[in-house]
Write a protein that binds this ligand. Structure first.
Ligand SMILES: Cc1ncc(COP(=O)(O)O)c(C=O)c1O
Length: 425
């Protein structure tokens, strides 16, 4: 790492020369995998753009193929694809059939969908603090004072929640564990995949995720009774026929054991995802090697580190690289540091999503249909504190996983930029 010129340099954000040559590109995201174009063209001309379309000549729907491939990848018995990660959480929580207004624990450090999904499922999210080292909810954060019936275990940024420990603790209190693995495809905990350890696991395939179909989501489970319920919840109370489909008929039958809605994944999304999944493990290997290198390089920079996985996490799925500062440069916020790093690197660095207890995106009282839940939500959040969440959110800067999809030189640039931003005034 070059540090000699730093004391005399000016920050790029103040008009100085940037650490990285602006003409050097960063890896593009998303990058179409081999086969994606072919799959898309196949859908385009197949006469079947949705799973709710009449069968044609016995060709398999991409949605079915993706469900099978992804279930195998995660190591779960069932996978039900949906249109968004948020919908995955809604149908997963609905599948638990909890009484209206039941409380569900949700970590404060997550995207708003982890909590709004609970509201959409007729439940009240109760925001809890996170583990100070991982940013995830752990057994110590299981608040037993609100009679919660479920906990949404979010795997945050690149590290995993200790789901086996959460399941053990939650079982004692009659809570179901729903994994929110929207940011964690392919992460493993003692060899077990994110999403496969709770009662249900939910994924997002939105544009920025490590596995992307533009939009999309999926629920996985080993529970043979929940799987058909999930199918109905996402396809207007219909599920796939168990017999073969006559030509011109729908693959869906009106089994109707529960009120569903349309959360179906389009054939276009599924076609892209089938191809992208074949690249995921190779991309993990590149990102993880670069992450390890950056971790090493930052060991030479006092007061800063990359978020590290707990010892029992056996593989990281790096959705965001989280740079944590012991102390920020005097007079600067982490948003200032993020802007300075962005200017040095020509790659967007940013602060984490606003923690939910102070996020403007979580306001159930603005929607009449949520009124009874909103009242309880407000009541339950008086006087709650989130010290670990606040500290992590206010002392960290993040960068997208595509930052780690290039070569070693990129990591040297990032380390140099961090050192410069910390030393140059
Ligand atoms: C932790 C988490 N949960 C849920 C979601 C929602 O997924 P989607 O945007 O596909 O609805 C996201 C998306 O960013 C997320 O990061």
């Amino acid at each position: 790492m070059t540090t000699t010129s730093q004391s005399t340099a000016r920050l790029a954000v103040d008009g100085g020369p940037p650490v990285r040559d602006p003409t050097r590109p960063w890896p593009r995201w998303p990058e179409p995998a081999p086969g994606a174009e072919h799959n898309l063209a196949q859908v385009l001309h197949s006469g079947r753009w949705a799973i709710s379309s009449p069968a044609v000549d016995g060709a398999e729907l991409f949605e079915r193929r993706f469900a099978r491939d992804f279930a195998r990848y995660v190591g779960s018995r069932h996978c039900v694809p949906v249109d968004h990660g948020s919908s995955a959480l809604v149908v997963a929580l609905e599948a638990l059939r909890l009484p209206f207004g039941s409380t569900v624990l949700v970590p404060a450090l997550t995207w708003t969908a982890s909590a709004t999904a609970a509201l959409r499922a007729g439940l009240v999210p109760v925001l809890v603090d996170v583990d100070p080292l991982t940013g995830c909810v752990g057994p110590d954060q299981l608040d037993t004072s609100v009679d919660a019936r479920a906990v949404v275990a979010v795997h945050w940024a690149s590290v995993m929640a200790d789901v086996p420990a959460l399941v053990a603790a939650a079982d004692r209190h009659g809570m179901a564990v729903v994994e929110d693995a929207a940011q964690a495809h392919g992460g493993t905990w003692e060899g077990r995949q994110a999403g496969s350890m709770g009662r249900l696991g939910c994924f997002s395939f939105q544009h920025g995720k490590v596995l992307s179909g533009g939009e999309g989501g999926a629920v996985v489970t080993d529970d043979d009774e929940l799987a058909p319920v999930l199918e109905e919840l996402r396809a207007d109370s219909r599920r796939y026929r168990r017999d073969s489909t006559p030509r011109g008929e729908l693959d869906l039958e009106e089994s109707a054991s529960v009120q569903g809605a349309n959360f179906c994944m389009s054939e276009f999304n599924a076609a892209v995802l089938c191809a992208q999944l074949t690249r995921l493990d190779a991309q993990h290997a590149v990102r993880n090697a670069n992450y390890a290198l950056l971790t090493e390089l930052l060991a030479d920079v006092p007061g800063v580190r990359l978020l590290q996985p707990p010892p029992r996490q056996t593989r990281m799925s790096i959705y965001e690289g989280t740079i944590i500062f012991d102390e920020l440069p005097p007079g600067r916020t982490n948003a200032d540091v993020a802007a300075a790093l962005t200017a040095e690197l020509g790659k967007r660095c940013y602060v984490t999503d606003e923690p939910l207890h102070r996020s403007v995106l979580l306001r159930p009282w603005t929607k009449p249909v949520l009124a009874p839940l909103a009242e309880r939500f407000v009541e339950l959040h008086r006087d709650r504190r989130y010290p670990n969440t606040e500290r992590l959110a206010d002392r960290s800067v993040q960068t997208h996983h595509s930052t780690f999809l290039g070569g070693e030189r990129d990591m040297h640039d990032v380390a140099e930029a961090i050192a410069k931003v910390l030393t140059v005034r």
